[in-house]
Design a protein around this ligand. Structure first.
Ligand SMILES: [Zn+2]
Length: 459
């Protein structure tokens, strides 16, 4: 099981909606793999922060959700969530191209392009469903087979077009907004122009060979011209991007290829390639191809060059934990957490390593780590599962007298986080029976019970 970079699978189900009323026929469409990784998520946010602010949002309001898909695509769904395909990030030639696309998606958010309009209203459910998908990305419903639903009308292709395809007017307004944000943020707009130019040639390709982005964001030479004209007139068009952005993107790309295409990474980045990102990709790819000693050897060297890089310690922890060395893994995670105290995915991995170490003295620390993770991501099922484990162990040791009630409560939260109210109901009832009424979690458990019953009533 992966702990550092994690891949969640959400199944996409096709629901055939006939008219507005919906006698539903369902067929499975496929699956969507969502990738979670602290370094990548924080890196994307860092790159996007200036344009997010220029668009009038707080950086933490926008969530980036990474989909494992080599096709170029990005879209906005479920409010302020920007979905990015790994292909888009991997194929970006420099950060300006990626930031340009993000600015364009922010333009769609500003225009409310997926919310307004008759077409959108007809499929109002889509936003809710994509919101669910966004929740899936946050760890909700990992492993729950019906976690994400796409409501599609008609056949898959036409449905995709109906839902995700923006009108030309919307594309124009998103481009204009993007250029405005880039300008306000003093970022060279050339990247957006280059990206559109790159895709414009695809307009002539048969539909099935086009990128998803071209299908969903109709591209016209007109559109490319408008953006290019703006770029030519922009006083920022020769302004270099901050050097650290290039480093950041190179590392994100290295991590993606190392994790997702390790064999390819080993071919692309040879032993002789001394660039930092190349060595990083190589270390990851070696570990992913079961070569732990060589991976750790490279990691040793990288750690010497950057002693305060939490992600190197996180990676070391991940490698050790997956190779059944939980104590060593915990020591590595401890270093990562010292540098980055609030990073839910790392908090959780650290807690797991501590619990797997079978060192009873470490259980309270593991519980603290999980609680820290839950503050930021309260619906992560794995956190609740680990809490149940930790509380159960304390009970066996005679160190927690409410163990039974706490375990039932944590398992109820876990079930609810996976969207399984039926499993949650008996558990939360048991928690309420067993916890004393003045226990700090009693109220939480009774709130949970109400939420569970509400879901069950609705279905
Ligand atoms: Zn668009």
């Amino acid at each position: 099981m992966m702990t550092g970079m994690r891949i969640f699978v959400a199944f996409l189900l096709m629901m055939l909606v006939v008219g507005g009323a919906a006698p539903l026929a369902r067929a499975q469409l496929g699956e969507m793999r969502i990738i979670r990784d602290t370094e990548i998520e924080m890196g994307l946010r860092q790159l996007a922060t200036p344009v997010i602010r220029a668009a009038g949002h707080k950086p933490e309001d926008i969530r980036f959700i990474l989909i494992q898909n080599s096709d170029l695509n990005a879209f906005v769904a479920g409010g302020m969530n920007i979905f990015l395909n790994t292909g888009l990030i991997q194929q970006a030639e420099h950060p300006g191209q990626l930031i340009g696309v993000i600015a364009h998606e922010l333009g769609h958010i500003a225009g409310g392009h997926l919310v307004r309009g008759r077409e959108a209203a007809k499929y109002a459910g889509v936003q809710t469903i994509l919101g669910t998908l966004a929740a899936v990305a946050a760890g909700v419903a990992a492993g729950s087979p019906e976690a994400g639903l796409f409501v599609l009308g008609g056949t898959q292709d036409t449905a995709r077009r109906t839902f995700f395809t923006h009108s030309r007017a919307q594309e124009g307004s998103a481009d204009a907004a993007a250029l405005e944000y880039l300008n306000r943020a003093s970022i060279n707009p050339s990247g957006l122009g280059e990206f559109l130019q790159k895709l414009a040639s695809q307009e002539l390709l048969p539909y099935d060979r086009q990128s998803e982005w071209v299908r969903t964001h109709p591209i016209t030479l007109d559109r490319v011209d408008t953006v290019q004209t703006h770029v030519m007139d922009s006083p920022l068009r020769n302004q270099p991007l901050p050097h650290e952005w290039k480093t950041l993107l190179a590392r994100i790309q290295a991590k993606l290829v190392g994790f997702l295409q390790p064999e390819q990474a080993l071919l692309r980045y040879t032993d002789h390639d001394s660039r930092w990102a190349a060595r990083y990709a190589r270390a990851i790819a070696l570990y992913r191809t079961n070569n732990m000693p060589r991976a750790l050897a490279i990691l040793d060297e990288l750690e010497k060059t950057e002693t305060t890089n939490p992600y190197l310690y996180e990676l070391r922890g991940q490698i050790l934990l997956e190779n059944s060395k939980p104590r060593d893994a915990a020591a590595a995670y401890a270093k990562a957490i010292k540098l980055l105290p609030q990073a839910p995915l790392i908090n959780i991995a650290y807690a797991r390593a501590l619990l797997e170490s079978r060192d009873d003295n470490q259980i309270p620390l593991a519980l603290t780590q999980i609680q820290t993770a839950l503050q930021k991501e309260p619906r992560e099922p794995e956190s609740w599962r680990l809490l149940a484990t930790g509380w159960g162990r304390l009970g066996e040791l005679g160190k927690e007298k409410n163990s039974a009630g706490l375990v039932a409560y944590a398992l109820a939260e876990e079930a609810m986080s996976k969207g399984d109210a039926k499993v949650a109901l008996p558990l939360v009832k048991r928690a309420l029976e067993q916890l004393p009424k003045d226990h700090p979690l009693w109220l939480k458990a009774s709130d949970l019970r109400l939420a569970v019953e509400k879901v069950i009533e609705k279905n």
